[in-house]
Design a protein around this ligand. Structure first.
Ligand SMILES: *Cc1c(COP(=O)(O)O)cnc(C)c1O
Length: 459
């Protein structure tokens, strides 16, 4: 092996103590989020009814580049961070590529994904504000698990509305959350008005993420001392996730490595936005140039086939409107198994960077993703989450291109988590029972026709 170790670990004292807010360095900022009632940019006061006030402030702050990470959050980060940047020597060898491949592994904690980086921050600010608890939704379960861990740490009540089909199909995720003290309610439930309405309208429904969001928001607004928290999409979540990119940059710098290409999977855009933040910052300041690729499933292709428009963030239309690449808030991706990449829209920060041409995007099909996951597991040992495997797919494709051209590119990708709770999907793959779903143009057009008609000057 060469002088670069298999795992590059930072020392604790080299961990970042500030998050980086890439919006501060963007000349053209992401468009403001709008109040769905007035269609005016939301104010901090309005947002503070749903979110903790400190988080509402972070959501609207597009001018402060560095924000101190509070000491209590750093203490918690130290339990599972810094996360390793791994040189994928075994994958390189398997591929026979001259490319140098690195991955930043965020699956080294019980929740099994990067989501804990923001869960702990959101729980901290809720506690600091003296709240009793928080509400949220979870689909595949990673976010609910991360939030349960964070709430247990700060002794906060945690109420999770879990999409009914996942609640029934992923009992072990549910039990992890309950072990950390969260209450987990299958959605749609009979606890909320919106849940009762949907149950009456669609008897026997197995639920959807959009419906669970509406239930969680209602539960927060109607219960004194509660606020709603969200695990992706929001700019505050990207801010917290910048810890991934800052550590990656510090680890590369430690060995004088310059990345050529940075690859991340994109659901709501939080891990990607966090991983690329400091690198995009350098590009915005004209200091460096990187090829950045967002990878999304062909079944839910918001960047590669969506519209850049104001849209609702939830099916119940209670959350603010955001300008983003979107497939339409009523778009329901065909049942595929990349649970965490099924959101109809994309973070407004990632959307704006994409629109400005600072990053590119690619969509990949499910079976090709699992081919990559299987190869990666066999040579690098880690069983990757299906979501993360989207990034692995494109990293492998790019490394194979280097094999043809003989280029020694340095490729860095985000390995967001492990796939132990996704064995139903792996089983389908192993049984050759997995199919690729790609929405037709007609389906997308029909969904776009329901986008809200909002004209705002200069946006
Ligand atoms: C939630 C999740 C994702 C996708 O979410 P982003 O906000 O796009 O980062 C990716 N990987 C894993 C393991 C997840 O749990």
């Amino acid at each position: 092996m060469s002088e670069i170790p298999y795992k590059i670990y930072l020392e604790e004292k080299e961990m970042p103590d500030k998050w980086y807010n890439v919006r501060a360095d963007m000349k053209k900022k992401p468009a403001p989020i709008l109040n769905p009632g007035t269609l005016q940019p939301v104010t901090k006061e309005e947002l503070s009814g749903i979110f903790c006030s400190e988080l509402a402030a972070q959501e609207l702050d597009d001018v402060t580049p560095y924000i101190d990470i509070p000491g209590e959050i750093l203490d918690f980060y130290r339990m599972y961070r810094p996360s390793p940047l791994v040189r994928a020597y075994f994958l390189e060898k398997k591929l026979g590529t001259p490319a140098h491949i690195y991955y930043k592994f965020e699956g080294n904690n019980t929740s099994g994904s990067h989501k804990l980086n923001s869960a702990i921050a959101q729980a901290y600010y809720a506690k600091k504000q003296g709240l009793k608890g928080v509400t949220t939704e979870t689909g595949a379960g990673q976010w609910g698990t991360a939030l349960s861990m964070a709430c247990a740490y700060f002794d906060l009540d945690c109420r999770v509305y879990m999409v009914k089909v996942s609640y029934e199909q992923k009992p072990f995720r549910r039990e992890v959350m309950r072990t950390y003290g969260a209450s987990v309610t299958p959605s749609p439930s009979m606890d909320t008005e919106v849940g009762r309405r949907i149950n009456a309208q669609f008897p026997g429904t197995t639920g959807s993420l959009g419906c669970a969001i509406s239930e969680a928001v209602e539960a927060a607004v109607k219960n004194e001392g509660y606020r709603y928290v969200l695990g992706s999409v929001l700019s505050q979540v990207l801010l917290h996730q910048s810890v991934i990119g800052l550590e990656t940059k510090a680890a590369l710098d430690k060995y004088g490595i310059n990345a050529d290409m940075i690859i991340g999977c994109a659901g709501g855009g939080s891990n990607l936005g966090g991983l690329i933040a400091p690198f995009v910052g350098e590009m915005l300041k004209g200091e460096n140039k990187y090829d950045i690729i967002a990878v999304e499933p062909a079944s839910c292709p918001s960047l590669t086939r969506g519209r850049y428009a104001y849209d609702f963030c939830d099916t119940g239309h209670v959350c603010p409107l955001a300008k983003m690449y979107t497939l339409g808030s009523e778009f329901i991706p065909s049942a595929n198994h990349a649970g965490g990449l099924r959101y109809h829209g994309m973070s407004s920060v990632v959307s704006e960077l994409y629109d400005q041409g600072l990053i590119t995007a690619r969509s990949v099909e499910q079976t090709a993703v699992f081919d990559a996951a299987e190869m990666f597991a066999r040579v690098e040992g880690i069983l990757p989450a299906p979501e993360s495997s989207h990034a692995i797919r494109v990293a492998i494709d790019e490394a194979l291109k280097c094999k043809e051209t003989g280029e020694e590119k340095t490729i860095v990708f985000g390995l967001t988590g492990t796939g132990y709770f996704d064995m139903v999907a792996y089983q389908k793959y192993n049984d050759h029972d997995m199919r690729d779903f790609i929405p037709t143009d007609e389906e997308l057009l029909s969904s776009f026709s329901k986008l809200p008609k909002i004209e705002r000057k200069g946006l």
